[in-house]
Design a protein around this ligand. Structure first.
Ligand code: 5GP
Length: 176
């Protein structure tokens, strides 16, 4: 079965240039702070995080969390729950959460207090994509790759029903 080709939104080279700019800004901001811990939110972030981590020029470590969004007929809106926690302690560390896309903001509204409660030295967010139109929670990421319209975006790690993650560019598909 073939999937429809997404309509390109950002090309491979546009993404590479933007990731380099983000990495330069992060490297500058964290230059004097010691080691940085990049926390990727699985799964959508895995390609962005791999590219970003290789471009950042300060000492850094990498960890991951995974959340699942749980919806049954009676539960609205979908309920988030952790399915994989960090491997290490973040107390006293500089933590940068790396997200694929911030949409309603509910994922970060759930995750950030959980991480803040573990007393990191600093806690910030870098998101590749920012879909401002559907924001429900007052959350402003510290680093943003691209603003995107209220469409379903795929590629460069982002999926639709687990398809398109390995697409090298970011595109839009019609169905939601
Ligand atoms: P939020 O909690 O901010 O509404 O949504 C965050 C999560 O929703 C993202 O990490 C991502 O998994 C999913 N998401 C929201 N919009 C899109 C989209 O346009 N494309 C894809 N692939 N995932 C999205």
């Amino acid at each position: 079965m073939t999937s429809p080709q997404p309509t390109p939104l950002f090309t491979e080279s546009e993404i590479a240039a933007r990731v380099a700019t983000l990495a330069a800004a992060i490297s500058r901001d964290y230059a004097d702070r010691g080691e940085l811990l990049l926390v990727g939110v699985l799964k959508g972030t895995f390609i962005f995080l791999a590219d970003l981590a290789r471009r950042i020029e300060v000492r850094r470590q990498i960890d991951f969390v995974a959340l699942s969004s749980y919806r049954d007929g009676a539960t609205r809106p979908a309920e988030l729950r952790p399915v994989m926690d960090l491997r290490g302690d973040i107390t006293g560390r500089h933590v940068l959460v790396v997200e694929d896309i911030v949409d309603t903001g509910r994922t970060l509204a759930y995750l950030m207090p959980l991480l803040a409660a573990r007393s990191p030295s600093s806690l910030a967010v870098c998101t590749l994509l920012h879909k401002r139109a559907r924001r429900e929670v007052a959350i402003e990421p510290d680093y943003v790759g691209f603003e995107v319209p209220d469409r379903w975006v795929v590629g460069y790690g982002l999926d639709h029903a687990e398809r398109y993650r390995a697409l090298p560019y970011i595109g839009v598909i019609e169905e939601r």
